[in-house]
Design a protein around this ligand. Structure first.
Ligand code: NDP
Ligand code: MG
Length: 418
């Protein structure tokens, strides 16, 4: 294993911003096949990342065990998962949904816990060793925050946490000793590629993008896109919100911002390239011209396992790349005219401050409205741009400022859609 003190990772962790995303975790990390399993809290266990996480844990040969499951409304799925994984706690964050659970639904030894406040308490407690943060949207911020504040290692899928409050979250982790390891496949690839060099040797980081289902659509065709078409992603199987984000390429905008804060990069060190096969998950260009990339089939089990087990690697359930069959890898620049969200991502990453929270909140509202048929596909990016432009920008916001502007942006976008 590479000595972490020689990696970009550790240089990043000691940077002025105190980014802990890639710190030296080898000392803290106690995973071993023969030792006591690490107790994992899976937040968003009923979703796409959550279900993949449970498969990774089931195939971990006792390295990990499910200690806490958390869902919002899919209580039937939670009950089923509890019978398979026998966690200590099942948390249902929506009290109305929890009220529908019959007594005796859970197996012996599993306790039902209701509401986000109780979840935060449990995550901060000593019985949770690792947290997989896979709640969708800004709703994932509070639980991620409380796990990091308690110094936990968080496998972070919920990119919205860093988009809304990146600098505050990384500073919190630096203070508490909490560690963020990315689950997002692009950021996992970058995290892995960065281990090839030192911080000052990094020239640029390039995120790959599948381009989504409408990569070759004209502007006129994009005007007529329907939700059911946008919900069909060509290479990845994901939850509905991120699938729409991929179609508008807002997902790449969110990922540019996520990478900026996670790896403590300048906005002009970030690039995007369209790569429809989703085999190369992102790459890092070093000052000598070397480009280090990470490859794999489009299967989230690999980045999930990497984040849970970092800095170890083991033979897990992720699909393998088959080089015995012909592979075609194509690259092209994104079209910022047809997909203005990408430009917005660059702008927001450069502006920092409250631009991220406003972009994210506006996007969440606009995506829901698109799925309900209230706004057209191209209006999603328009609404987001307007919200970012019109909001009362704060360069160095507090958490309260961020939460207030999240509410502001949602209300404004709702008004504009009426
Ligand atoms: P899904 O829509 O499949 O799942 C969302 C999960 O969040 C569900 O468990 C849902 O619970 C829960 N949830 C929804 N609202 C709330 C709330 N208010 N409070 C608590 N829990 C809530 O999403 P994905 O799994 O696709 O994505 C999860 C996160 O991971 C997102 O941030 C996404 O951007 C990120 N991500 C996903 C990837 C993927 O391949 N899917 C890839 C990279 C990142 P319930 O079903 O019980 O209502
Ligand atoms: Mg991604």
């Amino acid at each position: 294993m590479i000595s972490p003190d020689r990696t970009v990772a550790s240089a990043t962790s000691t940077a002025a911003s105190g980014v802990q995303a890639m710190g030296d975790q080898s000392a803290d990390f106690q995973m071993s096949q023969n030792s006591v399993p690490l107790r994992v809290a899976v937040l968003g266990s009923t979703g796409s990342i959550g279900k993949n996480t449970l498969e990774v844990i089931a195939a971990s040969d006792g390295r990990f065990e499910v200690h806490l499951l958390c869902g919002h409304r899919s209580v039937d799925v939670l009950v089923e998962q509890a019978h398979i994984y026998r966690p200590r706690w099942v948390v249902v964050t929506d009290p109305t949904a929890a009220a529908a659970i019959g007594s005796g639904a859970f197996p012996e030894g599993t306790e039902l816990v209701i509401g986000p406040e109780r979840l935060e308490e449990l995550l901060a407690g000593p019985e949770v060793d690792r947290v997989v943060s896979a709640i969708v949207g800004a709703a994932g911020l509070r639980s991620t925050w409380s796990a990091l504040a308690a110094g936990k290692t968080v496998a972070l899928a919920n990119k919205e946490t860093l988009v809304t409050a990146g600098p505050l979250v990384t500073q919190l982790a630096a203070r508490s000793g909490g560690v963020i390891v990315p689950v997002d496949s692009e950021h996992s690839a970058i995290h892995q590629a960065l281990r090839s060099g030192r911080r000052h040797e990094v020239q640029r980081v390039v995120l790959t993008a599948s381009g989504g289902p409408f990569r070759n659509h004209s502007k006129e065709q994009l005007a007529d896109v329907q939700p059911k078409e946008a919900l069909k992603h060509p290479t990845w199987s994901m939850g509905p919100k991120i699938t729409i984000d991929s179609a508008t390429m807002m997902n790449k905008a969110l990922e540019i911002i996520e990478a900026r804060w996670l790896f403590d990069l300048q906005a002009d060190q970030l690039g995007v390239v369209v790569h429809p096969q989703s085999i190369i998950h992102s790459f890092v260009e070093f000052v000598d011209g070397s480009v280090i990339a990470q490859l794999g089939p489009p299967d989230m089990k690999l980045p999930i396992q990497y984040a849970l087990a970092y800095p170890e690697r083991y033979d897990g359930p992720a699909q393998r790349l088959d080089f015995s069959v012909a592979q075609r890898l194509e690259f092209s620049p994104p079209d910022l005219e047809r997909f203005p969200a990408v430009r917005l991502g660059y702008d927001v990453a450069a502006r920092g401050g409250t631009a991220g929270v406003v972009l994210n909140a506006a996007n969440e509202e606009a995506v829901q409205a698109f799925l309900r048929g209230v706004v057209k596909f191209q209006q999603i990016a328009e609404l987001c741009e307007r919200a970012v432009e019109e909001h009362p920008f704060i360069g160095d916001p507090t958490l309260e400022d961020i939460l207030r502007l999240d509410v502001w942006a949602r209300k404004e976008v709702q008004t504009w859609m009426c």
